[in-house]
Ligand binder design. Structure first.
Ligand code: DGL
Length: 274
């Protein structure tokens, strides 16, 4: 049992490491526990019920390790599970514990990235079908038109380390073309899946000039910096030794070998059975 209070960072697998990297850069003093549910990833095509059940199990595991604050560094889990956990589970079972997602902080600033007032959102089927970004962006920036595209092959390509190879080009071009065919006014594309930053070099090759690509890591990290300033009741609980621990529900050696493509430091993880 770890008694030091840490910030929990959760993703279905590796993608959350792209967000964690930004968080750890902007808030280096805190202790962190990263948990990837690799044994059950990808989440993108699972039902609402399954994503909710898996996410809640992982969040409860992080609470049990001494994390009073958990970040869902996964759009799919944020879209499908966050609201129910925040509204139905925390007040009843875990008063005082907090769970934050990545969709709201991204939607709060995304309007600033588009001049044409038309933004493309690319994500997993789960995220896109939930319409969470449509709803949240419309709430924050009613003048911005949101054009969505699901990209079901992108996470499997990345998880299998095929995203750097030629075969990936077909699916990168396919989803970019499908997105741009929906509107000629898009001038910014949000990568609404924490895995997708790894595809940026390939995506850029298929984008016309003048379309900006927006990844979420720094946006989410800035929002967390602000959250810490506003929530001293949580901030004051947290240990500040700059420690990072990594856990996976999958094979820890596979995780460590693969994590380095998402996270620039060497990762040594432990395997957890939920
Ligand atoms: N990286 C996750 C996200 O941000 C999803 C990956 C998955 O499908 O498990 O949506």
């Amino acid at each position: 049992m770890i008694n030091k209070k840490s910030i929990g960072v959760f993703d279905s697998g590796y993608g959350g490491l792209t967000v964690f990297e930004s968080i750890a850069k902007q808030l280096p003093d805190y202790n962190y526990i990263y948990f990837g549910d690799n044994a059950r990833a990808p989440y993108g095509d699972h039902s609402f019920e399954t994503i909710y059940k898996y996410t809640l199990e992982c969040v409860e595991w992080l609470f049990a390790q001494g994390c009073p604050l958990v970040i869902l560094a996964c759009n799919t889990a944020s879209a499908k599970a966050l609201r129910t956990i925040q509204q139905k589970v925390l007040p009843v079972k875990y008063p005082g514990y907090k769970v934050l997602g990545v969709i709201r902080p991204t939607a709060e600033v995304i309007g600033g990235y588009t001049e044409s007032k038309t933004i493309g959102v690319m994500g997993t089927r789960g995220t896109i079908n939930s319409e969470s970004y449509l709803i949240e962006i419309n709430h924050q920036f009613p003048e911005v038109n949101v054009v969505q595209q699901s990209c079901p092959m992108w996470v499997p390509l990345i998880e299998n380390n095929e995203h750097v190879n030629e075969g990936a080009d077909y699916f990168v071009k396919k989803y970019i073309d499908q997105l741009l065919a929906q509107s000629g006014d898009i001038d910014a594309i949000l990568l609404a899946c924490t895995h997708y930053p790894l595809l940026v070099p390939k995506i850029k090759g298929y984008l016309p000039e003048g379309i900006a690509l927006v990844a979420q890591g720094d946006i989410v990290a800035r929002s967390l910096v602000d959250y810490m300033k506003r929530h001293s009741e949580i901030e004051s609980l947290l240990a500040k030794d700059g420690e990072m621990r990594f856990y996976t529900s999958g094979d820890h050696e596979v995780f460590d070998a693969h994590a380095s493509i998402f996270f620039s430091k060497k990762v040594v993880s432990e395997q957890v059975r939920l």
